[in-house]
Ligand binder design. Structure first.
Ligand code: CO
Length: 500
């Protein structure tokens, strides 16, 4: 059996290497590649994609996994090897359930849909995107059909991003959360608004970049194993735990995108740099789920980066970089400004208090569409009604409404809720961290983040994909994903900022 296990590990290591080679090409494509190279890069990526697909569904791999199953059952169920065999078998089963001709058609349909979406958004004309979206919904429903054991067709889609999570679980979490968030936003809306105009003025790009670097260096981002470059849509990408790169965006007239974007991506990178070395090149060297991954970026961006202790340390440095912009803005005013709550039409611009409502709307739309209860043609109207209900605003056009996000054009149904779940997990972990490190706020106030990073490494990062997200939360936090800590966090924070 030892020999078979070694054989399995060799195959998984090679599949991982192929994936990382493809990821490097993808990183280059979004940072430095000249535009004229798109076709050549497309060919390279298509070949790697095909090889990965072939290797991860090969009968040889399937046979090995079958043979190793009894061996895995004889091991400690939480050991690396038992989990490796179990998770790889799950990946294999999922990959082989989907016929190759479906994958080919899906790629063709989504490539065309993505182009149509760009044009539809530019012209704010849903009718351009509609026939494509109808095809995508049809394909997603067909995809769900490949997993007949799923209790709800949407379960199959959700499972690709949140392994083991059910539609009913997410619905229950959001049902508990929604009235409390709506009530909080109403209470804030009744109070005088805080000023954040000082964030929107010219800020030297080089100085912004340098300040961001200073912050994430203190967070513990290891420049021997990472680098930062510019990209129009910031992302983090990992090529094993020894090379995790981030990208950021600098707006010369608005401080927030660089400031919070850099901390967000650094949070992802710290996660990627923290996978246990033993998991390297096994396929377990990834995030347990998108929500767990997002919890790490949000924790550094919001729980740390939008907190008062953080700015008690960093604000004097920011003022040194930008004396004419914020030299005369008192710390308290700055802190309130970066935490301003304002219902808005666009998800990616939403603040911490309103963000999840944008996600709830999308989840309802997706479930209704996949269930066949909502026709694609009725989507814009449904969207606008829900926006009015949840955020008290009606989009003036579809570009600012139903067409704003790119995800559906890629066929990504089941993805959005992971953003909100990530917020909930970040607050849940934060309560635990503060219990385990009672003087954490003092560390942060002193610009020291090591105790926090060590905690996250130990409890979350090192496990990689060994556990499903709910299982990991049960082990670490003693309960599954729970919205209560997030509500407590928002209430405490905004009561103080808005004097509720
Ligand atoms: Co993220």
């Amino acid at each position: 059996m030892e020999k078979k296990l070694a054989e399995l590990k060799t195959i998984l290591a090679e599949i991982t290497d192929l994936g990382q080679a493809s990821a490097i090409l993808g990183w280059d494509q979004q940072t430095y590649m000249p535009r004229g190279a798109a076709e050549a890069r497309g060919n390279q990526q298509a070949l790697l994609g095909r090889l990965i697909q072939e290797w991860s569904t090969s009968p040889k791999l399937g046979k090995l996994l079958d043979q190793l199953k009894p061996y895995a059952e004889s091991l400690d169920p939480d050991s690396d090897d038992a989990r490796l065999i179990q998770v790889s078998a799950r990946d294999f089963a999922k990959a082989t359930c989907v016929p190759t001709e479906f994958v080919v058609e899906f790629t063709k349909v989504t490539t065309a849909a993505n182009q149509a979406w760009v044009e539809a958004r530019q012209k704010s004309d849903f009718s351009i995107f509609r026939p494509h979206l109808e095809k995508i919904v049809g394909l997603r429903r067909r995809y769900a059909g490949f997993f007949p054991e799923a209790g709800h067709p949407y379960d199959a889609l959700l499972d690709d991003f949140e392994p083991g999570m059910k539609t009913d679980d997410v619905k229950a979490i959001f049902t508990a959360l929604r009235p409390q968030q709506v009530e909080l936003i109403k209470a804030i809306g009744a109070k005088p608004q805080v000023d954040d105009s000082f964030l929107r003025q010219p800020f030297d790009e080089k100085k912004q970049w340098d300040f961001g670097v200073e912050v994430i260096t203190k967070f513990g981002y290891d420049w021997n194993h990472g680098r930062q470059d510019k990209a129009p849509h910031p992302f983090t990408t990992a090529f094993g735990y020894t090379d995790v790169r981030i990208t950021t965006r600098v707006d010369p007239n608005f401080l927030n995108p660089m400031l919070f974007g850099t901390m967000h991506e650094c949070g992802h990178a710290l996660h990627g740099l923290g996978f246990a070395p033993a998991l390297d090149r096994t396929g377990l060297d990834g995030s347990a789920s998108l929500a767990i991954g997002e919890s790490q970026s949000r924790l550094w961006e919001n729980l740390v980066g939008r907190s008062l202790p953080f700015w008690q340390h960093f604000y004097p440095r920011l003022q040194e970089h930008f004396p004419s912009q914020v030299g005369n803005v008192p710390l308290e005013k700055f802190y309130k400004g970066i935490n301003r709550v304002q219902p808005s039409l666009i998800r990616v611009e939403a603040d911490e208090a309103t963000y999840n409502l944008h996600i709830m709307l999308r989840l309802e739309v997706e479930i209704a569409v996949i269930e066949g209860k909502l026709a694609v043609k009725d989507l814009p109207e449904y969207w606008n009604t829900k926006m009015q209900e949840y955020l008290g605003m009606t989009p003036p056009n579809d570009a600012a409404g139903v067409l704003q996000d790119i995800h559906w054009s890629f066929g990504a149904f089941g993805y959005f809720s992971t953003y909100a779940l990530g917020n909930l997990v970040s607050a849940q972990l934060w309560e635990m961290i503060n219990r385990d490190i009672p003087d954490l706020a003092d560390h942060v106030r002193a610009g020291k983040f090591e105790s926090l990073l060590v905690w996250l490494r130990e409890k979350i990062h090192r496990h990689g994909r060994k556990f499903k997200p709910q299982e990991l939360m049960q082990k670490v936090a003693g309960s599954k994903i729970d919205p209560a800590p997030y509500v407590r966090y928002l209430r405490t924070k905004y009561s103080e900022i808005y004097g509720l």
